[in-house]
Design a protein around this ligand. Structure first.
Ligand code: MSK
Length: 649
């Protein structure tokens, strides 16, 4: 094993540091240790390795003469564009397969075939049905719901035309996509086509591949992900701001601790209800516990944090730390971001590690099939009972000393609209006004994962501090949101402590935190809708690419993050990535994707910057440029029309 980093160089999260120290004393290995032991392959990291056929694998370098090509003759630009595009396709597939599962579950509920779930938000059902082109007037809600479910499922298999939800984008944006020929037709079609185009001997022009990848990514953001988020809101409730607590300290010494980790909301939704049932609590008591403590982790946790205020343990790189407490009686997982190493780590303690989805089985894990459409209650009951049984086998328990952090989460685009517009006039006008008058300089979406190769949570936190100081409102999802929540940025009091005077004034007036938690990584689609609404509200240009906004994924690790980044770029948003991939420099593809070439095509482009301060500067400079172009660089109050002025008009 290579020399391991000191704990203080691994994480800034106090509770994680305490547990990693314990883990080393216990002699167990974590993902941080494995990252130290596994040197990343520099050729692979540059997407300069091609193994799309079996004449290779071929390796190129940006430092080698440009004429040096692979066996088939493909150059480094083709290699990089194809590697990037395949990551986009994989990320799109992941979000969209999640979205399809939700659509199938929704349809069983709509048809009255699934007593385990119900439609929670009928208002949103009607609003979303209208957006999907489903007739709602004078119809029974059940009929609307069935047609909506079918229409959503059809978005995946559709072969012609364009995805319906793209029409929510500003007109100019939609027309740009049409002109470029990148309006996605159907989600599955775009993923299949991307895999075809990037196989040996097909698309070998880097610009064409990158624009093809944009079409695929748009099918994620405005297709699979958006369907997932909107239907999840209808089924499990549209998020509204609610108080909760976060960090490993949510684990309880004297209760059965059951963590749900992964992405799809139905598992945690069912288990929460079961864990509250008196008969189940009695079973826990019979096993010697005081009760059942059901908590979320990663994006499964985010899904129910924003909807029910369920306590949250932590982000992707805290899974090891949570198990090391010895207090986790069971970790239930479904799909995405489940590290295989957790199954082995769980064996070193008494933790039951249980997979639940046929698409995700892991060597060494127990498997209880949870099919939301058919057996949610039965499977859920078994899962809670396994946790209770596991409690009997506890050895030592060590819960971190650090107190849990209170937070407010649940900022859907509907909530932002309502909150900033007030009770009588839900609208984005006050947000736009405050951007125009300069109190708010702009808006940043800071999202994405943790990556064990960078100091856990540090880049997220330092970056957001810089943005807030510069009056930039921050909207978050995924593991990045969890990092900032733990650090105390999701309380209204954070405004005074961290923000510039303009943003602090707005937050204090509204009573909101300066960092808004919008949900799981699949919920970035909420940000697309919010950006479109800002354009439609007026005063900030007529396309998303005119807005003073920027995107960021400072510690990303997943292919899903590449798909998210590319759908923001393709929607007109400048997007900066932090850690590791894509290490792209010195090639024509890199010059195109990270600069004026891609910006000229789609209005957005990429940047890569691991240093949080330089990363923030790139975003702030971009926002300033957009303000300059809009003519709102100088602070000025917007002239509001009074009745007299209106009459004159
Ligand atoms: S869980 S994709 S580590 S945000 Fe959505 Fe976190 Fe990234 Fe997974």
């Amino acid at each position: 094993m290579a020399k391991l980093r000191e704990i203080q160089d691994i994480t800034v999260c106090e509770s994680t540091a305490e547990m990693l120290t314990k883990g080393r004393a216990d002699g167990v290995s974590t993902a941080f240790d494995r990252a130290d032991d596994m040197k990343p392959c520099p050729i692979g990291a540059q997407n300069a390795c091609c193994k799309h056929c079996f004449m290779g694998p071929c390796r190129l370098s940006s430092k080698a003469p440009y004429e040096k090509v692979g066996v088939c003759g493909a150059n480094i630009d083709t290699f990089q564009a194809r590697g990037f595009a395949r990551a986009v396709a994989a990320g799109t597939a992941a979000h969209s397969d999640h979205g399809r599962e939700i659509a199938e579950l929704f349809l069983t509920v709509a048809k009255g075939e699934n007593p385990d779930f119900e439609i929670k938000d009928e208002t949103k059902l009607v609003a979303f049905a209208k957006n999907m082109g489903v007739e709602t007037a004078d119809r029974a809600l059940a009929d609307v719901a069935i047609e909506l479910g079918e229409a959503c499922l059809a978005q995946f298999s559709q072969q012609h035309g364009h995805l319906k939800l793209l029409e929510l984008a500003p007109k100019k944006r939609f027309e740009k996509w049409r002109e470029l020929g990148i309006l996605p037709r159907g989600v599955d079609r775009e993923v299949v086509e991307m895999m075809h185009r990037t196989t040996m001997g097909v698309d070998q022009e880097y610009r064409n591949i990158t624009l093809g990848a944009a079409r695929c990514a748009l099918a994620d953001g405005w297709g699979g992900s958006m369907v997932s988020t909107e239907l999840s809101d209808i089924l499990f409730g549209t998020p509204v701001p609610r108080q909760a607590v976060m960090d490993i300290g949510v684990l309880e010494e004297k209760q059965v601790n059951l963590i749900v980790h992964g992405h799809e909301p139905q598992v945690l939704d069912m288990l929460v209800r079961l864990a509250e049932e008196p008969a189940m609590v009695e079973k826990a008591k019979a096993a010697g516990a005081e009760g059942i403590n059901l908590v979320g982790m990663c994006c499964s946790g985010n899904e129910q944090l924003i909807r029910r205020g369920i306590p949250h343990v932590g982000n992707f790189m805290q899974c090891d730390a949570a198990i090391i407490t010895g207090a986790v009686d069971e970790m239930v997982v479904d799909v995405q971001c489940i590290q295989a190493g957790l199954a082995n780590l769980a064996k070193c303690y008494h933790t039951k590690f249980v997979t639940t989805n046929y698409r995700c089985k892991i060597d060494g894990a127990e498997h209880v099939e949870f099919d939301g459409a058919h057996n949610a209650r039965a499977a859920g009951t078994k899962l809670v009972e396994l946790a209770i049984e596991s409690y009997r086998h506890r050895k030592g328990v060590h819960i971190p000393k650090k107190e849990v952090t209170p937070l407010i989460a649940g900022f859907s685009h509907e909530t932002i609209n309502y909150m900033l517009g007030g009770s009588f006039r839900a609208s984005y006008t006050p947000l736009n006004d405050n951007i125009i008058n300069g109190r708010i300089r702009g808006v940043a979406g800071v999202v994405g994962c943790n990556n064990p190769r960078v100091k856990h949570d540090w880049v997220h936190i330092e970056l957001v501090k810089e943005l807030l100081k510069n009056d930039i409102l921050v909207v978050q999802t995924g593991c990045s949101a969890i990092a900032l929540a733990k650090a105390g940025f999701m309380q209204p009091e954070a405004a005074k402590k961290y923000c510039g005077p303009g943003l602090a004034e707005v937050c204090e007036t509204v009573g909101m935190p300066p960092v808004l938690h919008a949900g799981a990584c699949v919920d970035n689609s909420r940000i697309l809708i919010a950006l479109s609404e800002m354009v439609k509200t007026g005063g900030l240009g007529d396309d998303i690419s005119d807005l003073p906004v920027a995107g960021s994924a400072p510690e990303y690790m997943s292919e899903k993050a590449i798909a998210i980044g590319h759908y923001f770029v393709a929607s007109g948003v400048f997007t900066v990535f932090g850690s590791s991939l894509p290490h792209v420099e010195g090639t024509k593809w890199a010059d195109y994707a990270l600069g004026a070439g891609l910006e000229a095509d789609v209005g957005g482009y990429w940047a890569v910057e691991p240093d949080p301060y330089k990363h923030a500067k790139l975003m702030i400079d971009h926002i300033n440029r957009k303000r300059e172009a809009l003519g709102i660089m100088e602070k000025k109050e917007r002239v509001l029309f009074d009745m007299e002025a209106r009459r004159e008009l």
